[in-house]
Design a protein around this ligand. Structure first.
Ligand SMILES: *[C@@H]1O[C@H](CO)[C@@H](O)[C@H](O)[C@H]1NC(C)=O
Ligand SMILES: *[C@@H]1O[C@H](CO)[C@@H](O)[C@H](O)[C@H]1NC(C)=O
Length: 433
């Protein structure tokens, strides 16, 4: 018996006194069961060893610091609410070493020397929980929260007490309700990804005042007009695709000329004219307003989108001639104008058709194959047309309008292959690629 007691004491010492009770107990059983140390029953005069103490909760002193202890309590509370964990992630959420838990990252926040939970990365874990309230907002030192492709339900908690949060990604979950106004309080946030959830109703204009680089709102049921101040956004990458937005693209979009690189309005219920201010987006490489009910001609200003590589206006109610200056844009890799009511293409556009860059099928262009029937075109043109202002404004210098190419412009791209992967198109997939 003394051997047994000695061994058990040694095991405890080896583990470090405050180690998790459950862990030390299972080690102990292994040692007890091991034949070399087992001795015959002790004589009756000896007291048997006391049974191991019942497991106790971890104490603050078991942790590196108090912040970690508090985070531990929050994580354990959240763990109890998880109803599905197919990858067994939460099996690692035991004991005081919370920085080793799968899905968590520790770092030292700016206001202390204590290392604590600074990041949550649950991307692809497919955890299910009825809410993240009390969890995301219970970890006050978070710098990032990434939870793409989980089954979290409920609403977004009040995040106003997370002063360091700069990336918030809850994409592809089952969160919902009106737009979570709480994110407006996130003054540090640069990456906001709410796509593939059930957020509905109106978008608050203040979302475009946030100091963001990325704003992904695609694949929700938002169903009101896009706020007039959309162009106030500082985001370089903006996706509003696959919602139910109504009304027209606000002309303030031109205010984003210095910052906006990719914007997706694809597949909403947008109508009205294309504002000429879109042509001011001189940094834009991707502009996609396909699959809406937008009407009118393509403004001549589109010939100023000098960096555009992918321009999609397909599946709308656009009409008139396709401005040849658009077909002269030097970086075009994909110009999709199919399923509209265009009536004419100029020589540069012909070249793009032959190179497979311009798709104009299902329009009303005489002499081209795969066009709409003359009856369908006639019916469309018999209806009164909306007047679109400013379509002749050209806010840049072009070949056609007496200007010249500034010598600093890079040469046109060589023969196109598939367009390069774009950040906004990749988030039209549910999961992160
Ligand atoms: C979420 O849960 C539903 C029903 O429980 C299930 O069908 C679906 O596959 C889950 N999604 C993920 C990403 O695990
Ligand atoms: C061009 O863009 C359209 C619209 O986004 C898309 O459907 C098509 O697949 C693209 N073509 C190529 C070759 O990438």
């Amino acid at each position: 018996m003394p051997v047994l007691c000695f061994v058990s004491a040694a095991v405890l010492l080896q583990l470090g006194a405050p180690a998790a009770a459950a862990a030390s107990r299972s080690n102990l059983e292994i040692v007890i069961g091991g034949p070399p140390y087992y001795e015959p029953s002790p004589p009756p005069e000896y007291e048997p060893c006391p049974p191991p103490p019942p497991p106790r909760g971890l104490q603050p002193s078991d942790f590196e610091n108090l912040r970690q202890y508090k985070a531990y309590l929050v994580i354990q509370r959240f763990k109890k609410t998880i109803t599905c964990d197919p990858l067994g992630v939460t099996n690692t959420w035991n004991g005081p070493k919370i920085c080793k838990y799968r899905g968590f990252t520790c770092d030292t926040p700016p206001n202390t020397d204590d290392r604590t939970i600074a990041g949550v990365d649950f991307n692809g874990f497919t955890l299910a929980a009825p809410t993240i309230c009390g969890f995301a907002d219970g970890l006050p030192d978070l710098a990032f929260f990434h939870s793409n492709t989980n089954n979290f339900s409920g609403t977004v908690p009040d995040l106003s007490r997370l002063p360091f949060l700069f990336e918030f990604d809850i994409s592809n979950n089952r969160l919902g309700g009106p737009f979570p106004d709480t994110v407006i309080g996130l003054k540090q946030v640069v990456f906001l990804d709410l796509r593939y959830n059930g957020f509905f109703g109106r978008l608050p204009p203040s979302v475009f005042s946030l100091d963001l680089d990325y704003l992904f709102l695609n694949n929700n049921p938002f169903n009101t007009p896009i706020p007039k101040n959309v162009g106030r956004t500082s985001a370089a990458f903006l996706t509003l695709a696959n919602n139910g937005f109504t009304g027209s693209i606000p002309s303030s979009i031109g205010n984003a000329a210095h910052t906006l690189e990719e914007v997706l309005f694809l597949n909403n219920r947008l109508s009205g004219c294309l504002p000429y201010e879109i042509g001011l987006l001189r940094r834009a490489t991707v502009f996609d307003a396909g699959r809406n009910s937008i009407t009118g001609p393509i403004p001549l200003s589109f010939g100023c989108l000098k960096k555009v590589e992918q321009l999609n206006l397909a599946n709308n109610r656009l009409f008139g001639p396709v401005p040849d200056s658009v077909c002269q844009l030097p970086r075009l890799l994909n110009l999709s104008l199919s399923d509209n009511y265009f009536t004419e293409v100029g020589p540069s556009c012909w070249k793009l058709i032959h190179r497979g860059i311009l798709n104009v099928k299902d329009n009303c262009i005489p002499g081209l194959p795969k066009q709409k029937s003359p009856e369908k075109c006639a019916a469309f043109f018999a209806k009164p047309k909306r007047y679109c202002p400013n379509i002749h404004i050209v806010p840049c210098e072009t070949h056609q309008y007496g200007g010249y190419y500034p010598p600093t412009l890079p040469p046109p791209a060589p023969e196109p292959t598939a367009p390069p992967p774009s950040k906004t198109y990749s988030v039209l997939h549910r999961r992160l690629l």
